[in-house]
Design a protein around this ligand. Structure first.
Ligand code: ZN
Length: 196
């Protein structure tokens, strides 16, 4: 099969910043009031909990290199997105505070995978599995689709579900349902997201 080598590569590696470029990542973070800081190849990444090529966090800044995995960038950025701004400014290296925040972070990270056309939520979940995130149901997709209601509710309550990716009326079940009843989707809060 002539596509085998590419498939094998995709299965063995995770996407990095070099694959998607710094500019789209910087633009996405800016929407949430976060700043992307590029670190030179081989230099130590400040605020990196896992070390090596993994993304670092200090207050509202996310530090990455070209070889930083996209899932790592999004995970750390999502930690900063889900905390309240006062605590965000005190964060250094370890952004995790509770299991609820961890779950909300993972859920948002998967959704924000859709913001990069060359990534998408399916690839994000595959990369999370490849890296070794652990979920109660075994893999990221099973968790995301069947066991993440708490995380989703947590994000909705704080108006943190992204717009428009998840609120695409064609694919978002609550939007479809609201449209059928001639109403606005209750989860549709673009103004709140824009203010983050
Ligand atoms: Zn985490």
């Amino acid at each position: 099969m002539d596509t085998a080598p590419a498939d094998t590569r995709a299965a063995n590696t995770v996407l990095t910043l070099a694959d998607i470029g710094f500019a789209p990542a910087r633009a996405l973070l800016a929407r949430y009031g976060l700043e992307l800081i590029e670190i030179a190849d081989g230099a130590e990444i400040p605020g990196s909990y896992w070390g090596d090529s993994e993304a670092g966090v200090i207050a509202h800044r996310v530090y990455v290199r070209a070889d930083t995995p996209v899932h790592s960038l999004l995970h750390e950025a999502c930690h900063l997105i889900v905390v309240d701004p006062e605590r965000r400014e005190r964060i250094h290296t370890d952004a995790s505070d509770s299991q609820a925040e961890e779950d909300a972070t993972c859920y948002l990270q998967i959704l924000l995978g859709d913001e990069f056309p060359s990534v998408g939520r399916a690839r994000m979940m595959a990369d999370m599995d490849a890296w070794g995130y652990t979920f109660r149901l075994g893999c990221a997709r099973a968790w995301f689709e069947r066991d993440a209601e708490d995380a989703r509710a947590w994000l909705i309550q704080r108006h943190l579900l992204p717009h428009p990716a998840v609120h695409d009326r064609a694919i978002h079940p609550p939007c479809r349902e609201a449209q059928r009843r001639g109403q606005q989707c209750a989860e549709r809060e673009p103004e709140d997201v824009a203010r983050q």
